[in-house]
Design a protein around this ligand. Structure first.
Ligand code: FAD
Length: 408
């Protein structure tokens, strides 16, 4: 084992950058190296499908921290580099450029990568994904006002991309394999709301749609559905979910089951090896369940937890998950985890207008909220969820009742 104190972070995105920054904040004075396959310093991913895609944000605005932050903090950043192998016994790792580095502490912040489409024609130019900055550049090359875009997948990424491309003047069709958009993550009322708004904005949404193949010559020209329909396409953006990057962890002999299993300090089963962010699977005490979350909140909060443990100040990770999605003039804010709900209460009118909240309950216990353009209801519910307060469904549904009076 090397006789040194050096923390190596694999992955340079939300989680990796936060581990590095928090280590310095917590007084870690030894070496920190962050290794990233990216060609640029850590940047915010959420704007990729929002402000950055429709042109309102610059490259610099995308950076999580200014470029000189890392040098000032003595954090070595190695870009364009993939860690290919880790030997947890000798505590040495190898990179694809031949470099070999020793560590005392290792943080896996390897995130997730897109699930790929496998129908014939999927490799044609113009079939794009949306995970990194380079993906946006590829989308922009095929973006033409008046042209046709087909979005595969009616999840958050797909719907945000649809809204951004519509803003850029494209004719947009969203293909969803299920019977409603956002099926995996929201109640039917929320799905219906988003379907209505997208249609009002001129987006075509096709449900229970499956793709047979993608047609084209030098570039994509059309998407052919299994029922024979042919949709002209200058651009196809695929948003069908992600898979956690767990190969390194698996190669190190760690347990990986939809994510790298970690404890409340973000520690893996190997001494001084941590995993944080989208690649990790952790136990959430609020919901008494193991979860792998894909959110900036989780990436940054869990990164702080790992940095505290590495700095010798362990503090258990207990955070209420929260998330957001921006589409058109809609700001959706989500607090809590809704899975397993048996009741949904709508406050406001989800069938008309553009603001309401959906509350998810199980056996009378409040689990989560989806608040659309209702920031106050989001903020209070997030607090009440963390405090374990209970909600009265009848009162919640009645807008004439003061919001805070719905909770006890
Ligand atoms: P990632 O961001 O996936 O970063 C992992 C990094 O590790 C990558 O740079 C990868 O290249 C690198 N890496 C992997 N393997 C290696 C290796 N072997 N060697 C070196 N480097 C490696 N979340 C929200 O909360 N709200 C939103 O509105 C929202 N919108 C989103 C919109 C888009 C378009 C996308 C793509 C994501 C969005 N998310 C949103 C999710 C959020 O961005 C992720 O949860 C977050 O990026 C997770 O951060 P991470 O650091 O764990 O992983």
């Amino acid at each position: 084992m090397p006789d040194l104190q050096h923390c190596i972070i694999v992955g340079g995105s939300h989680a990796g950058a936060q581990v590095a920054a928090s280590l310095r904040q917590e007084g870690w004075e030894d070496g920190i190296t962050m290794i990233s396959t990216e060609s640029v310093l850590p940047y915010h991913r959420p704007p990729l499908s929002k402000g950055f895609l429709h042109g309102g944000k610059s490259d610099d605005e995308l950076l999580i921290r200014p470029a000189d932050f890392y040098t000032k903090q003595g954090i070595e950043v190695r870009l364009n580099t993939r860690v290919t192998r880790v030997d947890p016994v000798s505590r040495m790792l190898s990179c694809d450029n031949g470099a070999q580095l020793a560590y005392s502490h290792l943080v896996l912040a390897t995130g997730a990568d897109v699930r790929r489409l496998s129908v014939p024609g999927s490799e044609l130019p113009g079939v794009c994904y949306l995970r990194g900055r380079d993906d946006v550049m590829a989308i922009r090359r095929h973006l033409r006002p008046g042209g046709h875009a087909v979005i595969v997948g009616g999840g958050y990424i797909g719907l945000e991309t649809a809204a951004s491309l519509r803003k850029q003047g494209m004719e947009v069709t969203v293909l969803e394999a299920q019977s409603r958009v956002l099926q995996r993550v929201t109640a039917a009322q929320v799905s219906e709301f988003y379907t209505r708004v997208h249609r009002e904005e001129g987006v075509e949404i096709l449900l229970e749609a499956s793709i047979a193949r993608i047609a084209g010559g030098d570039a994509v020209e059309a998407v052919v559905l299994s029922d024979g329909r042919i949709l002209p396409a200058d651009l196809v953006v695929v948003g069908i979910g992600v898979l956690a990057n767990v190969e390194l962890a698996r190669q190190m002999g760690l347990e990986t089951d939809n994510g790298i299993r970690v404890d409340e300090h973000a520690r893996t089963a190997l001494d001084d090896v941590y995993a944080v962010g989208d690649c990790s699977l952790h136990y959430n005490p609020y919901y008494d369940t193991w979860v792998r979350l894909e959110s900036v909140q989780n990436a940054t909060d869990q990164a702080r937890t790992a940095a505290l443990a590495i700095s010798g100040k362990p503090s258990s990770y207990k955070a209420l998950p929260w998330f957001w999605s921006d589409q058109y003039d809609l700001k959706l804010q989500i607090a809590g985890l809704s899975s397993g709900y048996d009741q949904v209460v709508i406050r406001g009118d989800s069938r008309r207008g553009r603001g309401f909240s959906a509350f998810y309950l199980r056996e009378g216990r409040l689990l989560a909220v989806d608040a659309v353009n209702r920031p106050k209801e989001f903020t209070f519910t997030k607090r009440f969820l963390a405090e374990g307060r209970s909600a009265d469904p009848q009162r919640l549904a009645d807008e004439s009742v003061d919001f805070k009076a719905c909770f006890s």
